[in-house]
Design a binder for this molecule. Structure first.
Ligand code: GLA
Length: 426
C-alpha cells in the first residue's frame, strides 16, 4: 500500500526487526505499518518556551519509529531495540490507571503510556498493537528523544486504531499543534518535569529545509528558510547526562515565575498609568527597556535568570530577521551570546558543554555554537561552514577527551520533515 522509499531509515529498520521480538501469533488484525517522528535542534530561544516566549527549532533527520501491527485486544506491547526490553500497556482503564501502570514501566515506555493516557482523555477510541520501537535520536542527548517517541507514539496510535481518529489536515481530529500540546502533557505526567512545548512542537511541525518560529503563548507559528549550501548544522554530544537536570529545570521555571511576579509589582508601582503593567503574566511581557530600568531591584539570582530570558527572546527575533534576509552567517554571533547567557546568567551549562563551545570558538569557519536544550550535559549546536567541518572535528577529537575525560560524538544534521505513518502491506 505504500512506497517504502519515502520512509526514514529507522522506520525501515524497525519494519525489518519487527518479526524477531513478535514471532508469537498474538491475535492481530490488518497488516504491518510504521509511524515515526523526528528529534529536533533549537537554533535559538532556549528556556524561553515556558516563559511564554519565542523559540526557533528545526526538526532534524533523526527519528524514533514504531513498526508493527494492530491487535484485536486492548494491549499495546512494545519492544525497544535500544533498551532490549518489552513493555506492556493496558488500554482499559486509562487515563485513571496511569499512575499504577507507570510504576511498572521502564522510563522510555512511560512516555508512550503518557501519550496513550492523554489520547484516552480526549475520548478518541484506541486499539491495541504490537510494535518495535527503534530510532537514531541520541537518548537524553538534547535532541529530544522523548518528544520524538511521544509524537511517534501518537502517530502509531492513529495508524493502528485504523481511522478512529486523524492527525493533520484541516478537518482532522487533532491538528499538529494540538498533538504537540497533548504530548507535552504526556511528558509532564511521564517524567515529572514541567517542560515547555518546544520539543513536541518542533517534532510535530518539522519541515525540510525550514526552521519554525513558534510563539509559545498563542501557539501561532511560521516557517523560515533555514540553510545555505555552504553551511552545515553540526551537533556535538558531550557524552554526559546529569541527574540534576530535572530538578534544576523545575527550579529555573519557578525562579522565572517569581521574577515575573516581582517585576510586575515593581512596574505597577512605578508606572501606575501604564495599562499593560497589569497584564504581565510571564517574562515575555517585560520589555528590554523595562528590564534595564527595574531589573536591578530584583535579588541577584532572579535578575540574572530574567535578564537572560528577556535577552534571549530578543535574540530569537533578531535571528528571524536575519533568516528572512538570507543572512544566515550573521546568526553565528547570536549563538555565542546565547551560550554565554545560558552559562553565566541562567547557569544551566556545564564544564563539558563549555569546553565544546570553547573548542569550536577557536576554529575558523565555525560561525557560532551554543549548548542545546535543557542543559547540564547533552549536545551543542554549531553553525559551521562546510570547509571547516573537518578542522572542527579534529579539534574536538584532539582536545575534548584530554580536557574532560569523555568522548564526544559528532553529527551533521539536516532540517527535515515532521512525523508520518504508513501501512506497508495491509
Ligand atoms: C527542554 C524542555 C523544553 C525547553 C528546553 C530549553 O528541552 O523540554 O521545553 O524548555 O529544555 O529551551
Amino acid at each position: 500500500m505504500s512506497n517504502t522509499n519515502t520512509l526514514p531509515q529507522p522506520a525501515l529498520s524497525a519494519l525489518d526487526l519487527f518479526a524477531r521480538p513478535f514471532h508469537d501469533d498474538a491475535p492481530y488484525v490488518g497488516g504491518i505499518g510504521a509511524a515515526w517522528a523526528p528529534g529536533r535542534v533549537n537554533l535559538i530561544g532556549e528556556h524561553t518556551d515556558y516563559n511564554d516566549g519565542f523559540v526557533l527549532p528545526i526538526a532534524v533527520d533523526r527519528v524514533v519509529a514504531f513498526a508493527g501491527r494492530a491487535r484485536d485486544d486492548n494491549i499495546v506491547r512494545l519492544w525497544s531495540t535500544q533498551f532490549a526490553e518489552y513493555a506492556d500497556i493496558i488500554l482499559d482503564g486509562l487515563p485513571e490507571s496511569f499512575d499504577e501502570q507507570r510504576a511498572h514501566l521502564p522510563g522510555w515506555a512511560r512516555y508512550v503510556l503518557g501519550v496513550i493516557a492523554e489520547l484516552a482523555r480526549t475520548g478518541v477510541k484506541l486499539a491495541g498493537f504490537d510494535a518495535v520501537v527503534h530510532g537514531d535520536v541520541p537518548v537524553g542527548g538534547g535532541m529530544s528523544s522523548s518528544a520524538a517517541i511521544e509524537v511517534a507514539a501518537a502517530q502509531a496510535c492513529m495508524l493502528f486504531s485504523r481511522g478512529s481518529f486523524t492527525i493533520g489536515a484541516q478537518d482532522a481530529t487533532l491538528q499538529p499543534i494540538e498533538v504537540a500540546a497533548l504530548c507535552q502533557r504526556a511528558e509532564h505526567i511521564a517524567s515529572g518535569v514541567r517542560s515547555g512545548i518546544l520539543d513536541q512542537a518542533a517534532s510535530c511541525l518539522g519541515r525540510a529545509g525550514k526552521a519554525v518560529l513558534l510563539d509559545c503563548r498563542s501557539l501561532e507559528y511560521r516557517y523560515l528558510p533555514f540553510g545555505a549550501p555552504h553551511i552545515s548544522l553540526v551537533v556535538i554530544d558531550t557524552g554526559v547526562r546529569r541527574e540534576l537536570a530535572a530538578s534544576a529545570y523545575n527550579e529555573r521555571r519557578s525562579q522565572c515565575e517569581e521574577a515575573t511576579l516581582m517585576l510586575r509589582d515593581i512596574i505597577i508601582q512605578n508606572e501606575p498609568e501604564n495599562p499593560s503593567a497589569n497584564v504581565i503574566r510571564a517574562l515575555r511581557d517585560i520589555t528590554q527597556e523595562q528590564f534595564a530600568r527595574y531589573g536591578a531591584e530584583l535579588p541577584d539570582i532572579l535578575r540574572r535568570r530574567a535578564g537572560y530570558v528577556i535577552a534571549e527572546d530578543a535574540r530569537v527575533m533578531e535571528t528571524v530577521a536575519l533568516l528572512e534576509r538570507g543572512a544566515i552567517e550573521q546568526v553565528g554571533p547570536l549563538l555565542w551570546q546565547s551560550h554565554a547567557g545560558l552559562r553565566d546568567e541562567y547557569e544551566v551549562s556545564c564544564f563539558e558543554l563549555d569546553t565544546l563551545v570553547e573548542i569550536a570558538r577557536q576554529v575558523q569557519g565555525v560561525l557560532g555554537a551554543r549548548m542545546l536544550g535543557g542543559g547540564f550535559g547533552g549536545c551543542t549546536i554549531n553553525l559551521v561552514r562546510n570547509d571547516a567541518i573537518y578542522t572542527l572535528r579534529q579539534a574536538v577529537d584532539e582536545q575534548y577527551p584530554a580536557r574532560t575525560g569523555v568522548q564526544a560524538d559528532f553529527d551533521v544534521c539536516r532540517a527535515a520533515g515532521g512525523p508520518g505513518s504508513t501501512w506497508v502491506n495491509y
